[in-house]
Design a protein around this ligand. Structure first.
Ligand code: ATP
Ligand code: MG
Length: 774
C-alpha cells in the first residue's frame, strides 16, 4: 500500500520516518520538523511496518504535546484509511456514519499507543508494578499510591525541618533542601548513598532530612515527581522479570526534545531498550528501535538536571561508536519551515556566540520576511504600551490575524504584570500559559485531598488537610493529639481515626466532627470499585458539605471557587470520556497530579499567549514579542559571572527567537521596576550579538554594538593525541585550530570523541581521535 502522507516530508525527514529498526538520532535546529518527523514515524511504524501500537512508547515534553501528537496520528490514519479498500467500502454510507466508523477505527489504534511525558508514562508503569518494588529499608508501596506534587513535597520538607527535627529553617531553607533531595534522586542516590557522600555538618543534616522525608513518603504510601521515574529504574534493576516484560513490550521507543533528558530518564531508556547491555553487542536491533530527536542549542533545563551531553553521546551509547556523521545512526534536518529568513538569521548569529556547540546548517524556506524591530522603551510601562500598540495595529490591518496568533515571551513570571494590566485596559483577551496550575488552587487541592484520602488510606497528609474543611468543629489541639497518638503507636493516622473508642478518648468535644468525617471517607471508600470517578466526586462534594459551605459564604471569591470545583467535576467527566478502559478514581487522580502547568486545555485559542521562555519550548506563533532584553534580567543576574550559565541563557534566547514565524519584535527598557525597586537597566549582551543590518529600531541606541569579551589566557598545552586519557578541563594543542579546552569526553580510548572549545574560534569543534593531522 502506498503511504501517501510521506509526501508531506522532505527527503531527510522521509529517511528518518522510514527508519525501522536500530538506533537513530535526528539532530536539527529549531523549526526543522523534528517533532513532525517523530509523529509521522509512529504512523509509519503502524501503517507500513504493521507494528502493533502496543509495542510503541513515545515520550513528549508536555501532556499537551502528547495529546496533539495523538490527534495528528489519528488524522494521518484517517487520511490513509480513505485510500484503502475499507475506506472505499464506507463510501456508500451516509457521511456522518462514515465519520463515526472511521473515528472508531483510529481511536482504537491510538488507544494502545503509549504517548506522554516521562512522568505520565512511568506513572502508568508504576500503576502496574509498584507493589513489586522495595526501597533500601525494605518498604513497599501499593497501587493506590498518592503522588505528592511539588507544593506537597515542599510542605513536607518544611514540616520535617521545623516540626519534626526542630532545625532552624533560616539555616536550612526548605526550598534549597528540597532541591538538594531532588538532585540526589536524579543522581540515583538513596538516603544512605547520599549520607555516605557527605563530609560536613550541613551535608549530614540534609542527609538526615532526606531520610526522614523518605520515611514520610513511605508512611503515606506516596511518591514525589522524581520517584515516578526513579522507582521504575530501581525496580528494573532489582527485578529482571519485570524489566524483561517492559523491554519486550516497548520495541519501539521515540523521544522528543532529547536534549533535555536527565540521567535517570536516560538510564530508564537504557534499561528499556538494551537490557542495560552494551548497545554495541546488543542482539535485538533487528526488530527494535530507539529514535530520539533533539537540538543541543535548545537545552534549557539544566536546573532540572537535564544534560545535553546525553544527546551528544547518543551514537556512542546506542550506536556502534562510529563517527558522528554516520548516516546509519544519525539524520540531520537542515530546512527550517517555521520562520522567515530574517528571523532565522538572527537566531543563527546569536547562537554562534556559544562555544559549547556543534555547528549546524539551517536553511530558510519561507522567504526573506520583514526586519525585526527592536524597541528601546523608557520603562516597563512604555514597553507594554509599545507591545499593545503593535498588536492592535497589526490586528487591524490583517484580516487573518486574530489574538491567538500573538505571543509575549519573557524571562521571569514577574514581568507579566505590566502586560496584563494594559491588555485588560484595552480589552484584549489573553491567557497566561504556565501560570498557577489549575490543580494548585486551594479549593481544587481540598477536593483532591478528599479523593486521595478515599483512594489511599495511608495518605495522612490529605486526611489532615480536610479533616476540618469545611469546618466541623475539629480544633487544632484535637488534630495534634491524633497525630501524636499515631506517631507514638507507630500506626497510620487512619487507624486511629477509624477506631471510635480512640476518637472518643482523644478528641473529646470534637469527636462528633471527626466521626462524621470518618463516615464520609468510609462510605465512599467502600464504593470505590463500583461507582465511576464522577459519581464519587459528586457524592463526596455533597456529603462533605464543601459545596454547601462555599454557597453559604456568598462572596465573589467563594463564587469563583465554586466555579473551579464545577470545572474539576468537568475534568473528571472529560477524563472518563478519554479513558474508557480506566475510569477509576485512582486513574483520574494520577492524571490530575501529572497535569502540568503547561497543559492548557483550550483548543485553538483566540487569546494572546503570555509565557516564560522556558514554557515556550516546541511552540510556534506568527507574531512574537521578546521582551525585557536587559543585563541582569535576560541574561539573568545569577548567570552573569558564569560562562556556562550565560550559554544556557543564550540558548533560551535562541528558543525565544525561533518561536516566531512571521514577525519578531524585541524590546528592552532604560529603567525597570521589578521586585519593588526601580533601577536603571542596560541592554542585554545578546542584543549586541544580533545582526544590526536585519533590524529596525526606534533609536540607534536600541541595538548596542557587540561587547568584546576578553579571551582566556593560553597556557602551554599538550598536543592532541590518541594515547592520552583526556578529561574535561584539559588544555590541548591542535595544529589547525590552536589551543583549546576539553569541554566533554564521549567514550574512551581510541574511540573517544572530544568536544573542544578553541580559544580562537567561535562555534564548537569536535574532533575524533586518533587525530592524524596533528
Ligand atoms: P522545535 O525545535 O522548535 O521543537 P521542530 O524541529 O520540532 O521545532 P516542528 O514543530 O516539527 O519543528 O515543525 C515546525 C513547523 O514546520 C511546523 O509548523 C510544521 O508543521 C512545519 N513543517 C515541518 N516539516 C515540514 C515540511 N516538510 N513541509 C512543510 N512544513 C513542515
Ligand atoms: Mg519540536
Amino acid at each position: 500500500m502506498a503511504v501517501d502522507f510521506l509526501s508531506h516530508l522532505n527527503p531527510s525527514q522521509k529517511q528518518a520516518v522510514q527508519h525501522f529498526c536500530g538506533p537513530l538520532l535526528v539532530i536539527a535546529g529549531a523549526g526543522s520538523g523534528k517533532t513532525r518527523a517523530l509523529t509521522y514515524r509512529i504512523a509509519n511504524l503502524v501503517l507500513t511496518h504493521r507494528v502493533d501500537p502496543e509495542n510503541i512508547l513515545a515520550v513528549t515534553f508536555t501532556n499537551k504535546a502528547a495529546r496533539e501528537m495523538k490527534d495528528r496520528i489519528e488524522r494521518l490514519f484517517a487520511e490513509q484509511q480513505a485510500l484503502t479498500e475499507y475506506g472505499q467500502s464506507l463510501q456508500s454510507l451516509p457521511g456522518h456514519v462514515q465519520t463515526k466508523l472511521r473515528s472508531q477505527v483510529y481511536k482504537s489504534i491510538t488507544k494502545d499507543l503509549w504517548i506522554g511525558t516521562f512522568h505520565a508514562l512511568c506513572c502508568r508503569i508504576l500503576r502496574f508494578d509498584i507493589e513489586k518494588f522495595q526501597d533500601e529499608k525494605g518498604r513497599k508501596w501499593t497501587k493506590s499510591f498518592s503522588i505528592f506534587d511539588e507544593s506537597d513535597a515542599q510542605s513536607l520538607v518544611k514540616d520535617i525541618i521545623i516540626n519534626q527535627l526542630n532545625i532552624d529553617d533560616k539555616k536550612f531553607d526548605p526550598r534549597s533542601v528540597r532541591y538538594a533531595i531532588s538532585n540526589a534522586k536524579n543522581k540515583g542516590l538513596t538516603p544512605r548513598d547520599y549520607e555516605r557522600e557527605q563530609s560536613n555538618f550541613k551535608g549530614k543534616v540534609i542527609a538526615n532530612i532526606y531520610s526522614v522525608y523518605q520515611d514520610k513518603l513511605a508512611e503515606n504510601n506516596a511518591v514525589d515527581f522524581d520517584d515516578l521515574i526513579w522507582i521504575p529504574v530501581q525496580l528494573f534493576r532489582q527485578n529482571e522479570q519485570i524489566r524483561a516484560y517492559w523491554h519486550k513490550r516497548f520495541r519501539h521507543i521515540l523521544v522528543d526534545e532529547y536534549q533535555d533528558t536527565n540521567r535517570t530518564q536516560y538510564e530508564l531508556l537504557q534499561l528499556l531498550t538494551t537490557n542495560g547491555e552494551s548497545a554495541r553487542s546488543f542482539k535485538e536491533w533487528d526488530y527494535r528501535s530507539i529514535f530520539v530527536v533533539g537540538d543541543a542549542d535548545q537545552s534549557i533545563y539544566s536546573f532540572r538536571m537535564a544534560d545535553f551531553t546525553i544527546l551528544m553521546g547518543f551514537q556512542q551509547d546506542f550506536g556502534d561508536g562510529l563517527p558522528d556523521d554516520d548516516t546509519r545512526t544519525m539524520v540531520k534536518l537542515e530546512e527550517n519551515y517555521r520562520s522567515t529568513e530574517n528571523i532565522l538569521q538572527l537566531a543563527n548569529d546569536l547562537i554562534e556566540n556559544n562555544t559549547e556547540r556543534i555547528d549546524k546548517v539551517l536553511k530558510p524556506t519561507r522567504g526573506q520576511g520583514e526586519p525585526t524591530f527592536c524597541y528601546r522603551a523608557q520603562d516597563e510601562i512604555d514597553e507594554a504600551e509599545f507591545v499593545i500598540q503593535q498588536m492592535r495595529r497589526l490586528e487591524a490591518v490583517n484580516s487573518d490575524l486574530h489574538w491567538g496568533k500573538f505571543a509575549i515571551l519573557y524571562r521571569t513570571n514577574a514581568q507579566s504584570r505590566a502586560f496584563e494590566e494594559i491588555l485588560v485596559r484595552w480589552g484584549v483577551p489573553y491567557k497566561i500559559v504556565g501560570g498557577l496550575r489549575f490543580y494548585d488552587r486551594k479549593e481544587i487541592k481540598d477536593v483532591l485531598a478528599y479523593l486521595r484520602a478515599i483512594a489511599n488510606p495511608s495518605d495522612s497528609l490529605s486526611l489532615l488537610r480536610v479533616i476540618n474543611t469545611p469546618r466541623r468543629g475539629v480544633g487544632k489541639t484535637t488534630i495534634e493529639a491524633l497525630q501524636k497518638a499515631a506517631i507514638e503507636l507507630g500506626t497510620p493516622l487512619w487507624e486511629i481515626l477509624s477506631d471510635e473508642t480512640s476518637i472518643k478518648t482523644l478528641a473529646g468535644r470534637s469527636s462528633k466532627g471527626v466521626i462524621q468525617f470518618v463516615e464520609i471517607i468510609q462510605r465512599w471508600r467502600a464504593q470505590i470499585d463500583t461507582v465511576s470517578a464522577s459519581e464519587l466526586v459528586q457524592g463526596v462534594l455533597e456529603d462533605s458539605g464543601y459545596v454547601r459551605d462555599l454557597k453559604a459564604q456568598g462572596t465573589d471569591e467563594a463564587e469563583d471557587r465554586l466555579q473551579n470545583v464545577q470545572e474539576l467535576y468537568n475534568a473528571v467527566l472529560q477524563y472518563e470520556e478519554e479513558n474508557e478502559d480506566d475510569k477509576s478514581l485512582i486513574g483520574f487522580l494520577a492524571s490530575a497530579s501529572l497535569a502540568s502547568d503547561l497543559d492548557d486545555t483550550e483548543e485553538e485559542s483566540t487569546k494572546v499567549s503570555l509565557m516564560t521562555l522556558h514554557s515556550s519550548k516546541g511552540l510556534e506563533f506568527p507574531i512574537v514579542f521578546l521582551v525585557g532584553l536587559e543585563q541582569g534580567l535576560f541574561p539573568s543576574y545569577r548567570s552573569l559571572d558564569d560562562p556556562a550559565a550565560i550559554e544556557e541563557e543564550r540558548r533560551l534566547c535562541y528558543v525565544g527567537i525561533t518561536r516566531a514565524q512571521e514577525r519578531l519584535f524585541i524590546s528592552h527598557a532604560r529603567e525597570r521596576r521589578l521586585y519593588g525597586n526601580r533601577e536603571p537597566a542596560s541592554p542585554s549582551l545578546f542584543l549586541g550579538e544580533l545582526p544590526r543590518e536585519l533590524m529596525d529600531s526606534n533609536t540607534k541606541a536600541a541595538i548596542p554594538k557587540k561587547f568584546t569579551e576578553k579571551k582566556p589566557q593560553s597556557k602551554p598545552a599538550p598536543v592532541l593525541q590518541s594515547d592520552v586519557e583526556w578529561s574535561v578541563g584539559d588544555r590541548v594543542m591542535h595544529s589547525q585550530f590552536g589551543i583549546g579546552e576539553v569541554t566533554n569526553v564521549f567514550g574512551s580510548g581510541s574511540k573517544a570523541t572530544l568536544a573542544i572549545r578553541f580559544d580562537n574560534l567561535t562555534g564548537m569543534k569536535r574532533k575524533i581521535l586518533p587525530i592524524g593531522d596533528r
